[in-house]
Design a protein around this ligand. Structure first.
Ligand code: GDP
Length: 415
């Protein structure tokens, strides 16, 4: 897919989790199934793709923990690293600001844990649309219903399952897909394991019908015409249902739930489908606010929003700087316009000019050089001299400053 891909085919997402819930494993599997990482790294070997330093040393390839790009079904997914540790709340804030959606991983034994609650509240603060992924369903003691119940109990949200597991613990075989009303059964649990699409097993049909009714009642409520179609025909098309789920996910009216076991390679491909189907493209969300004037107290909610606009004057936000063997890489999320290698831009936060050198998109095992990067996308720039994390880069003729990070980050009371 070219750098000029349509906005609707881009997803800028984060994967957030309580430590040990399986964020690294899930990211690894995603990179594997999207075909960019041919040798999978296992967490216990200390050579996972997202483990930047180890990879750099071992394979001499450039991988970044800031943003990894992969492709799935003709869409480009930029996975932006969101540190999970509570001590890194500033980092979490910084990355939450530039992503449009997130996969929220919880684990199938313990369900929502205290750190998941903190990360959930942070994501709430930035209105980040989320798909919940209940992982580790193969583990002894894993219980989908229990893990699911902790979503309501601990997060006080309306969660709707789009799937439920077939089998449990070491007998986890697959999932029932409640959107398309079919069953996916995996063959083996090795890497690259394939799944067969089959009819929902007889003994699960009643449960599936009941849960699908729940899904329809919740999802269709976001759209009157979909509800009317349902009343007229007794059902709606998969396409209409998916649109309603996406709408409710973006508005936060409800939170869709998928499940699986990343370690056993079950459920990762449907999770990728859910990212494409339900998490927003850059122009499905509202954009970014301009920064408040430095010396004035203003209500941030009254500040204008810069929508994602491919035709506007360039504006982007530097969200992470990494030093790799090629030098310093500045990761920028572009909100408006186009930026080409060789362009001069204004660092509007500090008021100096910067010349753009080479532009790269970071994949797990290679970096792809781009001539230009467009609104909605993320890229890494080489050679920016005085741009810091949180700075805005913009066209000098429209020197907008995008919202500043707040430091220190206020402590969030989750009691
Ligand atoms: P993170 O801290 O959220 O990044 O979690 P990791 O991906 O590092 O996983 C923590 C541990 O759980 C590792 O030992 C993984 O191998 C293991 N793990 C991850 N996903 C699964 C899963 O689906 N099933 C099982 N049984 N173990 C898993």
């Amino acid at each position: 897919m070219s750098a000029q891909s349509e906005l609707s085919k881009i997803r800028n997402i984060g994967i957030t989790a309580h430590i040990d819930a399986g964020k690294t494993t899930t990211t690894e599997r995603i990179l594997y199934y999207t075909g960019v990482s041919h040798k999978i790294g296992e967490v216990h070997d200390g050579n996972t793709t997202t483990d930047y330093m180890d990879q750099e040393r071992e394979r001499g390839i450039t991988i970044t923990s800031a943003a990894v790009t992969c492709e799935w079904k003709d869409h480009r997914i930029n996975i932006i690293d969101t540190p999970g540790h509570i001590d890194f709340n500033i980092e979490v804030n910084r990355s939450l600001r530039v992503l449009d959606g997130a996969v929220f991983v919880i684990e199938g034994v313990a369900g929502v844990q205290p750190q998941s609650e903190t990360n959930w509240r942070l994501a709430d603060r930035y209105n980040v649309p989320r798909v919940i992924y209940i992982n580790k369903l193969d583990r002894t003691g894993a219980n989908f219903d229990y893990a699911f119940s902790t979503l309501k109990e601990k997060l006080d949200i309306i969660a709707i399952p789009l799937q439920f597991p077939i089998g449990a613990e070491e007998n986890l075989q697959g999932i029932v897909d409640l959107v398309e009303m079919k069953a996916l059964i995996w063959e083996g649990d090795e890497l690259g394991a394939k799944f067969n699409v089959v009819e929902i097993p007889e003994e699960l049909k009643e449960k599936a019908a009941e849960w699908r009714q729940n899904l329809l009642d919740t999802a269709l409520a976001v759209d009157n015409s979909a509800m009317e179609e349902y009343f007229e025909n007794g059902d709606v098309s998969v396409e209409v249902l998916k649109k309603c789920i996406k709408k409710g996910t973006i508005s936060g009216e409800f939170r869709p739930v998928v499940c699986g076991s990343s370690f056993k390679n079950k459920g990762v491909q449907p999770l990728l489908d859910a990212i494409i189907d339900y998490l927003p493209a850059p122009d499905d969300v509202e954009g970014i606010r301009i920064a408040p004037p430095e010396d004035e107290e203003v209500d941030e909610n009254t500040l204008p929003i810069i929508p994602v606009d491919p035709d506007g004057k360039f504006a982007g936000l530097a969200f992470k700087i990494i030093n790799d063997k090629y030098g310093s890489l500045t990761f920028v999320r572009v909100y408006r316009g186009v930026l080409r290698s060789g362009d001069t831009v204004l660092n509007t936060t500090h008021g100096h000019k910067e010349r753009i050198g080479r532009i790269f998109q970071m994949h797990a095992d290679k970096r792809l050089e781009l001539k230009e990067v467009h609104a909605g996308d993320i890229a890494a720039f080489v050679g920016l001299k005085d741009t810091k994390t949180g700075d805005t880069l913009a066209d000098g003729s429209d020197p907008v400053i995008l919202e500043r990070m707040q430091f220190p980050v206020p402590v969030i009371d989750i009691s």
